[in-house]
Design a protein around this ligand. Structure first.
Ligand SMILES: Cc1cc2nc3c(=O)[nH]c(=O)nc-3n(C[C@H](O)[C@H](O)[C@H](O)COP(=O)(O)O)c2cc1C
Length: 342
């Protein structure tokens, strides 16, 4: 099958950590649990995964709900644990704790724009205060002996793009990689990502890899991001949901110039089942609660067969793993898609 777009995905190093294929699963709250991270790795070419953001303040105050986010296992290596907060000491303490619990990398969130995070000075709020941001970064870098990375947005607003001065400061402080989501905080997820900021950040640093992020859905997008920005790696978020093959697909297509054969309905149903089973097996919040959280994640698996709306409807009422199995198992022998998936 012709595809024709090719591109180079060179291994990169983040401090002492080698990432063979520089395709990163983006941290996504409520989505990137242990099961989903594992699935992305298992499908191939997902070079690095990251937990969802975890509050350093919640860790400090020993908030019970936070512990179920400590769901990683040693076989996920290399992986990053993402922390947020504005108090340097709390961030440093939280970093030490997650490293003691096995984190390969500590990632600092400087992109989350939701009010509950920003209002306390964490996440994207730090992009508006270089002084506060550098205090947090410095404290975390000094607290741990593993690489520290940062995930930023372009800035707070289109009139206040701070990613470039921030990246320069972070590099000086010993940060080992920066991921840039090419939208401002005020944009949320609206509009399209303006990748030029990734190029500007790449030009501004000299010794650390820059990971581009925002709106990569296909190998053509990935090739264009690499070419236009010079970034060293690519981070993928929404396009991976219900689609854990995307990393392998992009790597395969860029390496070979051939189109990746679309997974069959049976393969898609099998991945959804694996996602559900591993979530239930490893959850610390009980099967019923885990299934409530899974419903939304599983609706993202499009099987390529008629009746998708009915399938989603059934998922909304699923209360147990047995319910999920009853929904997906009938498709396990379905080898041919009946319509094209975008
Ligand atoms: C449901 C959801 C949850 C997210 N949670 C986080 C998070 O916990 N930490 C973070 O740094 N970014 C988070 N993001 C942002 C993504 O990591 C990523 O930067 C953004 O989705 C843009 O990439 P994409 O276009 O590939 O999706 C989240 C995004 C989504 C859609």
């Amino acid at each position: 099958m012709e595809h024709t777009i090719t591109g180079k995905l060179n291994p990169i190093t983040i401090g002492s950590v080698k990432v063979e294929t520089p395709l990163f699963l983006a941290p996504m709250a409520g989505q990137t649990n242990h099961a989903f991270r594992n699935l992305c790795r298992e499908m191939g070419d997902c070079g690095m995964v990251c937990t969802e953001l975890i509050s350093s303040q919640a860790i400090h105050y020993k908030n019970q709900k936070t512990w179920h986010m400590f769901d990683w296992t040693p076989d996920e290596q290399p992986f990053a644990v993402q922390l947020y907060g504005s108090d340097p000491q709390m961030m440093a303490d939280a970093a030490r704790l997650v490293v003691d619990e096995g984190a390969t990398i500590v990632d600092i969130n400087m992109g989350c724009w939701v009010p509950k995070v920003v209002k306390k000075g964490g996440g994207a709020a730090l992009l508006g205060d270089l002084c506060a941001a550098t205090a947090v970064v410095e404290a975390v870098v000094q607290a741990v002996n593993v690489p520290v990375t940062v995930k930023v947005r372009s800035g707070l607003t289109p009139d206040h793009l701070t990613a470039v001065p921030f990246a320069r400061a972070a590099e000086q402080l010993g940060v080992k990689a920066i991921a840039v989501h090419a939208r401002t905080a005020s944009q949320g997820f609206s509009g399209s990502a303006d990748w030029d900021i990734i190029r500007q950040v790449k030009d501004a640093v000299s010794s650390i890899p820059i990971i581009g992020n925002g709106d990569v859905k296909t190998s053509a997008d990935a090739e264009r991001m690499l070419r236009e920005t010079g970034c060293d790696g690519i981070m993928i978020g929404r396009a991976a949901l219900g689609n854990p093959w995307i990393f392998h697909q992009i790597a395969y297509e860029l390496r070979t110039g051939l189109a990746f054969p679309s997974p069959s309905p049976a393969e898609r149903a099998s991945a959804a089942l694996k996602h559900a089973r591993l979530t239930v097996e490893t959850t610390t919040i009980g099967e019923r609660q885990a299934i409530f959280e899974l419903r939304g994640q599983l609706t993202k698996y499009h099987l390529g067969v008629p009746g998708a709306a009915a399938l989603r409807e059934k998922l909304v009422y699923a209360e147990s793993l047995a319910d999920i199995e009853a929904i997906f198992e009938p498709y396990l022998s379905h080898e041919q898609a009946e319509y094209e998936l975008a």
